[in-house]
Design a protein around this ligand. Structure first.
Ligand code: MOS
Length: 735
């Protein structure tokens, strides 16, 4: 089904099942331990041997010698994979560095060997006996140093490196009120619960990988490319995923090494990346250095907006696109945005939940708060004054839906914003200094081609099969809701099969495009199936009705089960998106409100209340959407207050490489959170008229917290994470 016209009235609009806060259909599996992690698929290959990954002990240089003698002789060892045994491996399309290093080493903890043994303990013990000698090169590990000579870099190879509208320099110079400030965000790790893990099994030339991956088709393609085998010989199975956040968009060393280990050992092999290896072996969100300049008139209208961001990555990598939202969020006639990309020899930087916007808004929305103060304007009002209903770079192009102002107004009302004292450090609750902060949330809506197969059997059971994934987001449930709505059956009559590359290729889980795109693909397949049913019954498909498990036309009514017959009926289709996204800008919006307490003596920061008001198209399931948003808000607390990969700049690695030392929020850190979804349907986005919220929920949260801390304590901190030492240092200046 081609989607190139705005969606009209369609079966989704019935809202009998869609739009209801349905419990997760996979909830019972999650809570009874029957939705296993990849490593726990004991049914997949009961005779699997265990692989243990050895990571490089240097960040850059070469392996000069590897002594495997002792490891090979160790008890239970079946095989040892190294670059020598594996032959030349090609780099996958989605990887920046090779997943098996040697002799050249590209980053610390790049895999250099896999030891396969009968038991996990034997593999681990033998791995410790491998002796690797290295010749260490000088690496580039300091972002600030590397940025001094770093070139400009566009979002992709086609985009110009600097986007300009009007004359920023002139307008900024002429502006009566100005801000010029620098902001820093650190390297961050996805730190998902389930580690990257795979079980590999070969049958002749055919490889099956039970793994944990967000994008099945990308993964299948890259496994084939890396191993130099035909795509048709690779099957990926990834039905349940214990978190990804972008860290599992691409296949990683566990999958490739399990496949190589299984080949070499002649039997299935399972590999999980050890937690202490994950942080340096896989990808992370790159640190940024952002300079923001804003110029406004006395009326509070922005006349000049510049946002320049610098980040680093391995050779061949990409920038953290932290300026993207600044091109679209506020009006202003004179604009400049650009990025610089430095070469670093740290582990690979890549997408992490809301790549670009998440760190970009942590800077921009603090700058907006600072500017509001300079203007002596309420920060909610300042944002409202600078709203735009058109793309500020291309004024002829409007937003398909844009309710930022409504998000901010509703949020201010529900949060009790009028109670805020604009004077910092003026509200006290015992030992706590109390403050409120606000930020706009923004994330683009991306659509991706997505396919599905839908069948009905003789019992009237509807089965959806697609290689779409559920990374904890609720995909199973919204896909079931979609099929139930379109086929006119209750939810219990829908069976959803996901995450298998033998199913039709779907959008996958990334960039908050999954919910809208994958359900639209299911919608397309269901509509095709309805036609097949109508045709089989000799019904005129124009006036056929699917409801209550029956198909009706005129005065004839046939149960779906009967229509399907003994052989059943099935149909496959995909949604393909035309150029509607070019005609109108599709984005999602939020207003984030936070109240914090800052301990007047110790600088300890506690979040007291949080509210997100979101406008993101039709909400397919308010319960799973809310879960996405509160999870993202929690991640925003981590980004604002805790998360930071500490770099050893001598040896080039992230020091805090486990969940004990890479801090993320726990339940005790998170107070009452509220989420409100504004009424919205977006006919430009898909037949579902939905968009995504999974990343929107994170976008702006960190800045709202930073702004609340400023309002509470009078200390403005522009370097994340905002920890108590920075509060104490700043307090000396203001108190
Ligand atoms: Mo997302 S960072 O595209 O999984």
């Amino acid at each position: 089904m081609k989607f190139d016209q705005p969606a009209g009235q369609n079966p989704i609009d019935q809202l009998k099942v869609i739009g209801k806060p349905t419990n997760r259909i996979d909830g019972k599996f999650k809570t009874t331990g029957t939705a296993p992690y990849a490593y726990e698929r004991h049914d997949a290959a009961p005779d699997a041997a265990y692989g243990y990954v050895v990571g490089a002990g240097i960040a850059k240089g070469r392996i000069t010698a590897m002594d495997l003698t002792a490891a090979k002789a160790a008890p239970g060892v079946l095989a040892i994979v190294t670059a020598d045994t594996a032959g030349p491996l090609v780099k996958g399309d989605f990887n920046t560095a090779k997943l098996l290093g040697g002799p050249a080493i590209d980053h610390y903890h790049q895999a250099v060997a896999l030891v396969v043994a009968e038991t996990f303990e034997q593999a681990r013990a033998a791995a410790a006996l491998i002796r690797v000698d290295y010749a260490r090169d000088k690496g580039r590990f300091d972002l600030d140093t590397a940025l001094k000579t770093a070139p400009l870099k566009g979002d992709d190879d086609k985009a110009p490196p600097v986007h300009r509208v009007g004359d920023f320099e002139k307008a900024f110079a002429a502006a009566p009120i100005k801000l010029d400030a620098l902001y820093e965000t650190p390297d961050q790790s996805h730190a998902m619960m389930e580690p990257h893990a795979s079980i590999a099994s070969w049958a002749g030339d055919k490889l099956t990988l039970w793994t944990s991956n967000q994008m099945i088709a990308w993964g299948k393609g890259d496994v084939a490319k890396t191993l130099g085998i035909p795509k048709d010989d690779v099957r990926l199975i990834s039905p349940y995923i214990g978190g990804g956040f972008g860290g599992k968009l691409f296949v990683r060393a566990d999958a490739i090494l399990a496949a190589l280990g299984a080949k070499q050992a002649g039997r299935p092999v399972k590999v999980a990346l050890q937690r202490p290896l994950m942080i340096n072996n896989t990808t992370h969100r790159p640190a940024t250095r952002q300079r923001i300049r804003l110029g406004a008139g006395e009326d509070g209208k922005l006349t000049a907006i510049a946002h320049e961001s610098g980040s680093g990555d391995l050779p061949g990598g990409g920038p953290e696109t932290a300026v993207s939202q600044t091109r679209l969020l506020y009006a202003g006639a004179n604009r400049l945005t650009s990025m610089r990309l430095a070469v670093l020899d740290l582990p690979e930087g890549n997408a992490m939940r809301a790549p670009g916007e998440a760190p970009g808004l942590m800077a921009l929305e603090v700058a907006m708060d600072e500017m509001a103060e300079k203007l002596n304007m309420d920060p909610v009002q300042f944002r409202i004054v600078n709203d735009t209903q058109v793309d500020p770079e291309k004024p002829g192009r409007k937003f398909s839906q844009r309710q930022l102002v409504e998000c901010l107004r509703m949020g201010a009302d529900k949060f009790g914003w009028s109670q805020r004292n604009a004077k910092p450090r003026s509200v006290r609750d015992g030992r706590w200094l109390v403050g409120m902060g606000v930020a706009s949330g923004f994330r683009n809506n991306i659509t991706m081609k997505s396919g599905a197969r839908v069948g009905i059997d003789k019992k009237g059971m509807v089965t959806v099969a697609t290689d779409m994934t559920d990374i904890g987001t609720g995909t199973y449930t919204i896909i079931a809701q979609t099929a139930a709505e379109v086929m006119g059956v209750p939810l219990e009559k829908v069976n959803v099969l996901l995450g298998d590359s033998s199913f039709p290729v779907a959008a996958g889980s990334g960039g908050q495009w999954g919910a809208n795109s994958s359900t639209a693909g299911v919608y397309a397949a269901c509509m095709k199936l309805r036609e097949a049913v109508a045709q089989k019954l000799g019904f005129n498909s124009a006036d056929v009705e699917f409801a209550d498990g029956k198909v009706r036309s005129g005065n004839r009514s046939v149960p779906l089960a009967q229509a399907a017959g003994d052989a059943g009926l099935s149909a496959e289709d995909s949604i393909e998106f035309g150029d509607l996204a070019k005609k109108e800008q599709q984005s999602t919006f939020a207003g984030h409100f936070v109240e914090v307490g800052v301990d007047a003596y110790t600088g300890e920061i506690r979040i007291r209340r949080m509210l997100a008001v979101c406008a993101a198209g039709r909400i397919l399931n308010p319960k799973s959407a809310r879960s996405q948003v509160i999870g993202a808000m929690t991640m925003g607390v981590g980004a604002a207050l805790m998360e930071e990969l500490a770099i050893d700049k001598r040896f080039g690695f992230f020091v805090n490489h486990d969940l004990a030392s890479y801090e993320v929020p726990v339940h005790a850190d998170i107070p009452h959170q509220e989420v409100i979804f504004l009424e919205e349907v977006d006919p430009m986005s898909s037949p579902m008229k939905a968009k995504g919220v999974g990343e929107l929920g994170l976008c702006g949260v960190g800045a709202a917290i930073a702004n609340a801390i400023y309002n509470a304590s009078g200390v403005r901190i522009r370097e994340y994470p905002i920890t108590l030492d920075k509060v104490i240092a700043g307090t000396a200046m203001v108190a």
